[in-house]
Design a protein around this ligand. Structure first.
Ligand code: HEC
Ligand code: HEC
Ligand code: HEC
Ligand code: HEC
Length: 218
């Protein structure tokens, strides 16, 4: 076999192995949110967070939610220069915190309490959001005018993701939820439209701080 053939075979074998694991770029399979291989995983991908029926409707805007929701009250972000009015995280961010504040076991889904260890280390944000980028507030043209160094979310374009899957639109369309900043403004929980090869599930690359410069005019 010549060298090109060997290299080609190796590439095909690698691709086959990757597909067999369900690991391909731009997909939840193989990402940090693919729990199939956890001791508490049940072979499915979506079920820890969503179910088709009998879901939890106690959280505003939750999409067919199937995971126990956190009951924490959070210490909120504040600073002398903050212009936004930050409140308790509602809606979508609360869903993330239902695993990432370290109070609810990741296998508490389907209405049954879980017993797996709660998240620890840097993946556990705890109940103080004072040390985290603010979320849970309206980011509109008015805030960008008041602040003076934020891009207007309605007039500024952004491309989410890099490599395979990409999605373009304004900051408002692609990063805000009912005009609000949430965890999912910066992260794609499903790793569908992520940059940096899915590392940290960021929607725009951290290289050159492109993510930050999407909204901050610095
Ligand atoms: C780790 C938890 C988690 C897993 C696992 C998960 N999701 Fe989600 N999903 C969320 C959260 C949180 C939201 C709402 C925030 C957002 O859209 O970013 C959401 C939103 C959605 C939405 C509505 C918004 C959109 O993106 O279209 C759909 C549809 C969806 N998920 C489908 C799925 C499917 C299908 C799977 C399995 C292949 C899945 N999700 C796995 C957490 C999860
Ligand atoms: C302004 C953008 C932004 C917002 C909003 C945001 N994050 Fe992040 N987050 C990031 C970036 C960037 C990183 C990667 C940091 C690094 O590379 O060390 C990150 C990292 C993380 C990590 C991984 C930490 C680690 O070191 O393992 C978790 C978990 C996380 N974020 C959860 C959340 C949750 C939950 C929320 C909402 C409460 C949230 N993020 C809101 C930008 C954001
Ligand atoms: C069902 C529990 C669960 C939910 C809900 C959940 N996560 Fe996670 N997430 C995890 C686990 C478990 C990990 C892996 C933690 C570790 O490696 O220690 C993780 C890892 C991450 C990471 C690090 C990714 C990396 O590359 O290391 C980020 C960022 C993150 N989650 C953000 C979010 C955001 C944003 C939401 C909501 C939109 C969310 N998560 C919802 C359980 C969850
Ligand atoms: C989707 C838009 C968006 C992204 C992406 C984003 N930010 Fe922000 N950020 C905001 C908004 C809006 C505020 C609120 C500003 C205010 O009200 O003063 C804010 C607040 C802040 C603050 C606090 C300002 C203060 O006065 O206390 C800092 C610091 C900051 N962001 C840094 C960053 C960094 C660093 C990144 C990249 C990791 C980043 N931001 C990514 C929109 C964003």
């Amino acid at each position: 076999m010549n060298r090109i053939k060997i290299a080609w075979r190796a590439a095909l074998a690698l691709a086959a192995a990757t597909l067999a694991q369900g690991t391909f770029a731009g997909q939840i399979g193989g990402s940090a949110h693919d729990f199939r291989n956890q001791a508490w995983g049940n072979g499915q991908i979506c079920i820890y967070c969503h179910a088709p029926h009998h879901t939890d409707t106690t959280t505003t805007d939750a999409p067919l939610w199937n995971h126990e929701v956190t009951s924490q009250t959070y210490v909120l972000y504040d600073s002398a220069t903050l212009d936004a009015t930050v409140g308790q995280p509602g809606g979508l961010s609360k869903l993330c915190l239902s695993c990432h504040d370290g109070t609810v076991a990741p296998d508490s889904f389907g209405g049954t309490g879980g017993s797996a260890p709660t998240l620890s280390g840097s993946a556990n944000l705890g109940n103080t959001l004072l040390d985290d980028h603010p979320i849970g507030f309206v980011y509109d043209t008015s805030l960008s005018t008041t602040d003076g160094s934020l891009h207007d979310p309605v007039a500024t374009n952004v491309t989410i993701g890099s490599g395979g899957e990409q999605l373009s639109g304004t900051i408002q369309q692609r990063m805000l939820f009912n005009d609000r900043m949430e965890c999912s403004s910066c992260h794609d929980v499903h790793n569908t439209f992520t940059a940096d090869g899915g590392d940290m599930l960021v929607k725009v690359s951290q290289s050159g701080s492109a993510l930050c410069l999407t909204c901050h005019n610095k």
